[in-house]
Design a protein around this ligand. Structure first.
Ligand code: NI
Length: 189
């Protein structure tokens, strides 16, 4: 397994639409998927999409386990999504601070749907569905946006909310942690 370099904002591949994976090719992609997961873990990411490491295929990994970058985010088991399709199940949205491993030292507020279903293939090509509420639903939207060449900065509607990570910690974190816990309580099953 290898930790891969993560492309940074301005790299043209981050702006391309990734191709659907032919399930017949998944046996040859297992090593890549292991590297994607390893890279996400090494960077303390909550998720990582294949185009972020320069592979323009519709694959991403999500894993939240007591994440130090997002300490308010509920845990979610390691899941690999191949060719994910997201369906919004409710109009409800919340404004949440996001960051991205491809956007150095910047956070900003994005409105995300709070109840979604995802239909995808697992890393071996088996179809599965997952329904998500709350902050993890937003994480899925963030990761799947990468597959369409979109970054969270494109979704920030109020540019005054942009801040560095240090200034997030200094000025916004305590209030947002309260908001995040309220969101988690509000959308609990
Ligand atoms: Ni990202």
């Amino acid at each position: 397994m290898a930790v891969l370099p993560i492309l940074q904002l301005g790299e043209p591949r981050l702006r391309e639409v990734s191709k659907a994976v032919d399930p017949a090719e998944l046996p040859q992609l297992q090593g890549f998927i292991d590297d994607l997961i390893e890279t996400m873990k090494a960077a303390n990411g909550a998720g990582l999409a294949a185009p972020q490491v320069g592979t323009l295929l519709r694959i991403c990994a999500v894993h939240v386990q007591d994440n130090p970058r997002y300490p308010y985010k509920p845990n979610f088991p390691l899941t690999v999504f191949v060719n994910p399709v997201i369906t919004v199940l409710s109009d409800a949205t919340e404004s949440v601070f996001e960051g991205c491993l491809s956007v150095p030292d910047l956070r900003g507020r994005v409105d995300r749907f709070m109840h979604v279903r995802v239909d995808a293939l697992d890393r071996h090509g088996k179809p599965f569905s997952v329904t998500a509420k709350g902050l993890i639903a937003g994480t899925f939207q963030h990761e799947f946006d990468h597959l369409d060449g979109l970054l969270f900065v494109d979704r920030v509607t109020d540019s005054k909310t942009f801040c560095t990570w240090a200034n997030f910690d200094a000025f916004h974190k305590p209030a947002f942690v309260e908001e995040a816990f309220a969101i988690t309580a509000k959308y609990r099953d």
